[in-house]
Write a protein that binds this ligand. Sequence first.
Ligand SMILES: CC(C)(COP(=O)(O)OP(=O)(O)OC[C@H]1O[C@@H](n2cnc3c(N)ncnc32)[C@H](O)[C@@H]1OP(=O)(O)O)[C@@H](O)C(=O)NCCC(=O)NCCS
Length: 176
Amino acid sequence: MTAPRPLATPSVVDLPAPAGARVHRARLRELDPATLYGILRLRETVFCLEQGATDADLDGRELEEGTTLMWVSVPDPAVPDGARIAVAHARVLTDPEAMRIGRVVVAASRRRDGLGRVVMQAALEHCRAVAPEREVRIDAQAYLERWYASMGFVAHGDLFLEAGIEHVAMVRPADA
Ligand SMILES: CC(C)(COP(=O)(O)OP(=O)(O)OC[C@H]1O[C@@H](n2cnc3c(N)ncnc32)[C@H](O)[C@@H]1OP(=O)(O)O)[C@@H](O)C(=O)NCCC(=O)NCCS
């Protein structure tokens, strides 16, 4: 299997997004502390506080060289100096045989406006660019199976509990 190709990061990804929104990607070591804090706070707010996930969010995989974070930023309404805040996020991992997307999240106040799809498209484009011949895997929260299916993912196997939440494994073939 061909090794993933490195891409220049950090960078702004050129994808259509709602007004004022910008899509970014970077590896952990390229993130400034305030941006990283914002991303982790978003994940904590949604997965831990809102959804009550029973496993820790930080599993060490951000530290891997093959991991890239994608996020959508908008101007922070609480700060008048042009600072931006992360409102959507996804994490792309390089596994031995496949790419893997996870930690897909949109701030509760910004949902149903297409940002989830935008950040998933950015993650999928990243996968295509670094490893076009590899399939993409996700462990999808079960209630979103149809949403992920609309992006080319196919469910495999039975539902299972991860972090106390029902999930289903889904795969997107490389040629989807
Ligand atoms: C799932 C999530 C990322 C979607 O983000 P979003 O910005 O609202 O998504 P989009 O606007 O791009 O797409 C909306 C579509 O997502 C699906 N969707 C979103 N919330 C849903 C829900 N509660 N039940 C079923 N489908 C849902 C629907 O297909 C919806 O389309 P519709 O508005 O026409 O019904 C967001 O709801 C979220 O962060 N949820 C909590 C965390 C989570 O579950 N993460 C997924 C981990 S696998």
